[in-house]
Design a protein around this ligand. Structure first.
Ligand code: TRP
Length: 453
């Protein structure tokens, strides 16, 4: 049998995993959630969720992936043959593919805005809401951009682990971090940005409610790419000397920093133009921000142009590295399970995701009134069952699996690299996986289903 692929370096491992984590969830979803949930308090609770639940679950996925060095479906099959746990492997692979279908649509929007920014059009938009609606409901334009982004992702995945995922993560992630830093400076230099800063930094404890907790937890899972095949698949390419806990810590640190920085980019800018309507919803980056760039453009034209280009490039890079990690689980599964060539497996995944992506994209235009699935459009349905349903279910199963089903020694060996590393919190770690995580995620899940509304 051919030697299985692996990542070539520890830096590659961290950057690829961070690439998976840092995505639209950080730049787009996080600021929106912060806006809707009272600012700084939300950030505080979010950080607690990352530390207490996010990192342990990420390590749990790493354990499964690295121990087996298999694609996610076969990893569970190997660890728990002939048992119901196997379903979790398939669930991970499927959910990742589901997310790919609609994530590609939004990623396509970012490409469109990047192209427009380059052409100087973003700074010239007069009615940004109308502009966005006209584009997203256009019968074929958003589809063309979605296909373009899917093909970019395809191009990386088809080259494999070291030459594709690792090489491009090493290229794109440092660039992304650089852009973030530049944009933070830009945003702070906007007039009136103080208020946005205050919004982010001063915790308002009167806003704390169970709902804020639950939103923070849901956001933490989505942002860290937890509970899908993604991290588990990447971990199956980890080398045996990779340190799982340290890697998870680094990834969580990078991911959280980028999320908070995005808040620092968006809110000062938003407050400076709008005088403070922070909870602008998902339209934040496609509707509110163009106005900000325009304002900068009116003062110093090249500056508005420059920063709009940077911002949408940032979004596109973030989306692409995440898409790579959402693409790979099903590709690896087809490739290994059915002994296909990488090229064939990648083509199947890309083409099928494009086919469904077309439906998701049309949900904003011609198919807006077609709601065949539980009264939801295709886009909403895919988002709902993957992010809201399968994600928490997967999280519960993974924590139960690693906490209860896997032998204690196996988990310990994997985390300590067979005794080479020390891990003092192992008992606490298992307690979190056995009790805290399943209960906490169960609450998020019921909340998502609207039980506490
Ligand atoms: N974490 C990515 C983001 O922040 C999205 C993502 C990638 C994801 N892989 C995932 C979300 C797996 C949930 C599950 O945008």
């Amino acid at each position: 049998m051919e030697q299985r692929a692996n990542f070539g370096s520890k830096l590659g491992i961290i950057l690829a995993s961070a690439g998976s984590a840092v995505g639209l969830g950080n730049v787009w979803r996080f600021p929106t959630e912060v806006g809707a949930n009272g600012g700084a308090v939300f950030i505080l609770i979010y950080i607690i969720c990352v530390l207490v639940l996010g990192i342990p679950l990420m390590v749990a996925e790493f354990v499964v992936g690295r121990h087996t060095h298999r694609n996610t479906a076969d990893a569970y099959r190997q660890l728990a043959p002939r048992s119901g746990w196997i379903l979790q492997g398939y669930l991970g692979v499927f959910t990742a593919w589901f997310i790919l279908c609609y994530y590609g649509v939004v990623a396509g929007w970012t490409l469109k805005y990047l192209v427009d920014a380059l052409l100087g059009r973003v700074a010239a938009i007069t009615d940004s809401a109308a502009y966005f609606t006209t584009f997203s409901s256009h019968p074929w334009m958003p589809i063309a951009y979605m296909v373009a982004v899917m093909l970019m992702c395809h191009f990386v995945i088809v080259r494999g682990v070291q030459n594709g995922i690792e090489r491009y993560s090493k290229l794109m992630m440092p660039l992304l971090l650089l852009i973030i830093a530049l944009l933070v400076v830009f945003s702070f230099s906007m007039p009136g940005s103080r208020e946005g800063m205050r919004f982010l930094l001063r915790p308002d404890f009167s806003k704390v409610s169970p709902d804020v907790f639950l939103s923070a937890m849901g956001q933490a899972f989505f942002s860290l790419s937890i509970a899908m095949g993604c991290l588990c698949t990447y971990a199956s390419y980890f080398t045996d000397d990779a340190r799982l806990v340290k890697t998870a810590g680094s990834v969580a640190l990078i991911d959280t920093t980028v999320a908070i920085m995005s808040g620092f980019i968006i809110f000062p800018a938003v407050f400076s133009v709008q005088g403070g309507t922070p909870d602008a919803g998902p339209g934040l980056v496609f509707i509110t921000l163009p106005t900000v760039f325009q304002m900068a453009f009116d003062t110093v034209p090249w500056l508005g142009w420059f920063f709009s280009v940077l911002f949408y490039l940032l979004l596109l890079l973030a989306a692409l590295t995440s898409m790579m990690s959402i693409h790979e689980p099903s590709t690896a599964f087809l490739l290994e399970h059915f002994s296909l060539r990488r090229h064939t497996a990648t083509c199947i995944v890309t083409l099928s995701a494009i086919a469904v992506g077309v439906l998701c994209s049309l949900s904003f235009g011609p198919l807006a009134d077609v709601r065949p699935l539980f009264g939801m459009t295709f886009f909403d349905f895919f988002d709902f069952i993957s992010a809201k349903l399968f994600l928490p279910v997967g999280g519960i199963i993974i924590s139960l699996f690693v906490g209860w089903k896997l032998p204690r020694e196996l988990v310990h060996d994997e985390i300590t690299n067979h005794g080479h590393l020390r891990f003092r919190f192992f008992a606490l770690y298992r307690f979190v996986l056995r009790w805290v995580a399943p209960l906490a995620i169960g609450l998020v899940f019921l909340n998502e289903l609207g039980l506490f509304k």
